[in-house]
Design a protein around this ligand. Structure first.
Ligand code: NAG
Ligand code: NAG
Ligand code: NAG
Ligand code: NAG
Ligand code: NAG
Length: 395
């Protein structure tokens, strides 16, 4: 029985000679010293590189200057606001999207050198390499198309129309189908990779704005959406939910999803793919505003970047879902293939202010983060259920 399952998965994954996470149980290699975790740190405008075997920071790739310094007059070829990261299946490159300069930067993972840098289109948000390990499909939220770019020579190849500000592209395990989420329409675009044409459109998602999405390792399920193109369930995760992820367990699929303002990662299980997942537990973050999360290839660890304390939590998924290590990374981490802030000076402080709001019958909150940036104190407020033009009194 076990052998049959493995054979089936192997054939599904034949394109994945190098198995990357998220991977089904038994196919990914254990943690090794040649694996890396990268974080995209948008404020310090860096990519932090972590050795996954020691969970220590190896170094920081700088995309020139901090975000604030170049906002008003971007210098010539600078790339600003290192947001999300993607990679090809052979693991030879990573791509970083710079939301402010509208550029993509491809870095060779063997020596951390920059291979190409390309001007894409308005607001490139997330990108992944297609199965040829070369063509980048870039979600450009500011326009109504997907940008196809040659990641190695840095040229724009084509634009595939997709109405509604497409934010991210994911590929099926066989690489033949692409999925794109949007920020202005509650729909998921399904595209045939070879012909570069839309073949279906899953409508009726819970909200027009999809912050992120993830495909189950066997390609059969997308968080909140089914590959059979119907919606199984809509989960109410509360304010500031971002970056869902799946973790494959032999007997059932554990779906791990992060819950922002509440500072925890929520874990759901879904033994029957046709039924809604059920809540298992919450894993409290050691720091503020968990955002990006990604597991390793053998599904034993989960790495969660805490956006407002500039750290990464390592969660041991085999021994009690405990946070076993917290590592300092670059400023304002957005994503979950990690880069850390070695050599970055300055402190980060934060406070979560909560108010009981009887009129709205819910708790309102304000997360305040203060960081030292270029000799100044940067003051940032993230609201949860706060209404405009309302005075909140902390009693
Ligand atoms: C892309 O990388 C994967 C994993 O290493 C490999 O199996 C596949 O053959 C590569 N594709 C091409 C077109 O080189
Ligand atoms: C870059 O690669 C694309 C194919 O992906 C090719 O069409 C184009 O000619 C190449 N451009 C340069 C300058 O090499
Ligand atoms: C998908 O559906 C949305 C909402 O109904 C629509 O606005 C959009 O144009 C459709 N996209 C495609 C590619 O058909
Ligand atoms: C935070 O999550 C915990 C565990 O799920 C829950 O008990 C609590 O009510 C949540 N707090 C808020 C403010 O939503
Ligand atoms: C407020 O929330 C409580 C608990 O969820 C609920 O029992 C109550 O009916 C709500 N009141 C209003 C006015 O919505």
């Amino acid at each position: 029985m076990k052998f049959t399952t493995f054979t089936l998965l192997s054939s599904l994954f034949q394109a994945w000679a190098q198995v990357q996470a998220p991977a089904p149980a038994g196919l990914g290699a254990p943690i090794s010293s040649v694996d890396r975790i990268y974080t995209g740190d948008q404020l310090s405008n860096t990519i932090t590189v972590i050795d996954s075997s020691t969970e220590t920071v190896l170094g920081t790739i700088s995309l020139v200057s901090e975000r604030l310094s170049d906002n008003l007059n971007l210098q010539y070829v600078h790339s600003i606001n290192s947001h999300d990261l993607g990679f090809p299946r052979d693991g030879k490159y990573i791509v970083s999207l710079s939301v402010t300069s509208n550029t993509g930067t491809v870095v060779r993972t063997s020596d951390n050198s920059i291979v190409s840098r390309v001007y894409v289109d308005r607001n490139p948000h997330e990108a992944f390499f297609a199965v040829d390990n070369r063509t980048l499909w870039v979600g450009t939220r500011g326009v109504d198309s997907i940008a196809l770019v040659d990641g190695l020579n840095g040229t724009n190849i084509e634009k595939i129309p997709s109405y509604g500000g497409l934010g991210k592209v994911l590929f099926s395990p066989d690489g033949m189908t692409a999925y794109g989420n949007h920020i202005r329409v509650p729909s998921l675009g399904i595209i045939d990779v070879e012909s570069r044409k839309h073949i279906a459109n899953t409508t009726g998602l819970a909200h027009t704005f999809s912050s992120d999405m993830i495909l189950l390792a066997d390609g059969k399920m997308l968080c909140n959406s089914h590959v059979s193109r119907c919606i199984i369930s809509i989960l109410d995760m509360g304010a500031e939910t971002n970056h869902p992820n799946f973790r494959w367990v032999e007997s059932n699929n554990l779906r791990v999803r992060h819950y922002g303002i509440n500072e925890s990662t929520r874990v759901y299980t879904q033994p029957d793919p046709e039924k809604p997942p059920t809540y298992v537990r919450s894993i409290l973050s050691t720091d503020v505003q968990p955002r990006g999360l990604w597991s390793n290839t053998d599904n034993s660890r989960l790495y969660v970047v805490n956006e407002h304390s500039d750290t990464v939590d390592v969660i041991d998924l085999q021994n009690g879902f405990r946070v076993t290590k917290t590592t300092r990374v670059g400023q304002e981490g957005q994503t979950r293939i990690y880069v850390a802030g070695v050599g970055l000076e300055g402190s980060t402080d934060h406070a979560l202010l909560s108010y009981n709001n009887a009129a709205q019958n819910k708790t309102s909150s304000a997360l305040v983060t203060i960081r030292s940036v270029m000799g100044l104190d940067m003051f940032q407020v993230i609201r949860g259920n706060l209404k405009l033009n309302t005075i909140y009194d902390r009693s």
